[in-house]
Ligand binder design. Sequence first.
Ligand code: HEM
Length: 483
Amino acid sequence: MRLFHRIRSLPPSPFLVFPVIGHLYLLRNPLHRSLSWISRQYGPVALLRFGSSRILVVSSPDAAEECLTKNGLVFANRPCLLAGKHLGYNYTSLARSPYGNHWQNIYSIASQILSAHNLPTISSIRANEVKSLLHRLAKSGGQSVNMKSAFFELMLNAGMQMIAGKRYYGENVGEEAIKFMEIVTELFSISGTTKMGEFLPFLRWMGLKGVEEKLMALQKKRDEFMQSLIDESQGSGGEESPEAAEGRKKKTLIQVLLSRRETEPECYEDETIKSLMQVILMGFDMLAATMEWTLSAMLNHPKILKKAQAEIDEVVGHDRLVSESDLPKLSYLHSVIKETMRMYPVGPLLVPHESVEECRVGGYRVPRGTILLINLFYIHNDPEYWPDPTNFNPERFEGMEGLKDGYKMMPFGSGRTRCPGENVAISMIGLTLGSLIQCFEWNRISDELIDMTEGSGPPMRKAQPLLAKCSHRSATSDLLSWA
Ligand code: HEM
C-alpha cells in the first residue's frame, strides 16, 4: 500500500513507458512542441522518463512560480549533461556548473560586468557594429539579403569586440578570424547531436563515442583559442596586434577581469574567464535569433512596422541615428520586441534545472534528481493567459513596464538563475532594429508571408533563414550619406 501511495502521489505520466527508452518514443523535433502536446494531455505538471532520467515538465505560471520561488533552492542545480562535461570544463563553467559557491561566484561576476552601470563602456562597440551593418545593407542595392547571417555576424562581432576588442566577420579578415569561424560553425553543428545520448547510456557506449570524441577535440580547439586571447591581453603571447591594442583602449571584458585578478586571483582564474566568454557568446547568439524573429514578424505585419517607424521618426527625427538613450522613449518598438519574445521565445524550455532533494510541485511529489523543464513556449502561448495568442499583437503590452510579467512572461528566466545579460540584450535588440527601420524601407522578397516555423534549438531559430529586401528611406537618406 505504501508503495502504491508513493507512486500515486507522483505527477501524471503517459501510461506507455518502454524499458530502456522510457517516453523518448513520444518526442519529435522541436522538443517544446512535443512537450506542449504532453502538457495538453496530462496537465501543467507531468513526469516523463527520458531513458534513465526523470523529467518534470512544467507548463503553467503557477507551477513555474512554485519551482522557481518556494522550491528555488531545490531546483537551483543544473543537470550534469554530456556537453557540460566536455564543453563546460567538467561542469565548472557558468551554464553547466552545479549550484554552490563556485557557481555563485561566477554568476555574480557575470552580473557585475553586464550590469546597467557598466553598459555605457560597451555601448560604443554596439553603436559601431550597428553602423557597419547599416553600411553593408546600404550597399545591397535592393537585392535580397540573408538577414539570418547578417544578424549572426553582427552579434558575434559585437560579442567578440566586447570580450577581446576583435572583429572576425566582414571584409579583410585574417587567419585568426577564419579559425574562430571554424570553431563557431563546428560548435553549432555538433550541439544538436548529443541530445539522445544524454539519456541513453547504451548510445553513449555505442554510437556516441564518436560524438564525445568530437566534443573533446572541439573543446581543445576552443580552449586554445580563448587562452590565446587571454595571453595576448596579458602581453605574454608575443607581439600585440593593432586590434588588441585598440581593444585595450576600450577596456575589453578580458582586460577588466584580468585587472580584477590582481586583487582576487582565486576568483579570476583562466578557466573562469574562458567560461564567461563562452556563455556571453551564447547570449549574443540568442540575440541574433531574436532579431531575426522580430524583423520577420514585422515584415508579415507591415502596419506594425510602419507604426514602429513612425514612432522613431517622431521621437528621434530624421537628422541623427537612433541611440541607446532614445530607447526608453520608444515604447511601441519595445512592445513589438516583447510580443516577439512572447510568441517566439528563443529559450523555449529555459535552461534545465535539477532537484537536489525531494519536493512537491502542484501537490505532487517530485523525487530528488529530477530534471526540470519549464515549457515557456507553452506558457507564453496559452489562451488561458493570452487572449488570441496566435495573433501578433504588440498593443497587448501597451503600458507594461519591463519584460517580465509574473510567471506568464519570462523570456530571461526568473529567480536565482535569471539571465544577467537582459539589459545588454534589450539595448542591443532595440538599437539594431530601431536603426534598421529608421534608415530603410523593408519588404519581403515575394508576396508570400514569411514562414514562421521554428527549427530545433536551442536557441530556437526560424527553420528557414529570413531573406528580405531593403531600400533607403527618402526621409532619412542623409543619415546614410557616409555609407
Ligand atoms: C534574447 C536574448 C537572451 C535571452 C532570451 C536570454 C535568456 C536566458 C535564459 C532563459 C537564461 C537561463 C535562466 C534560468 O536558468 O533560469 C539565461 C542565462 C544567462 N544569460 Fe541570457 N539571454 C539572452 C541574452 C544574453 C546576453 C546578450 C548575455 C550576455 C551578454 C547573456 C548572458 C547570460 C548568462 C551569463 C546566463 C547565466 C547562465 C547560468 O547561470 O547558467 N544572455 N539567459
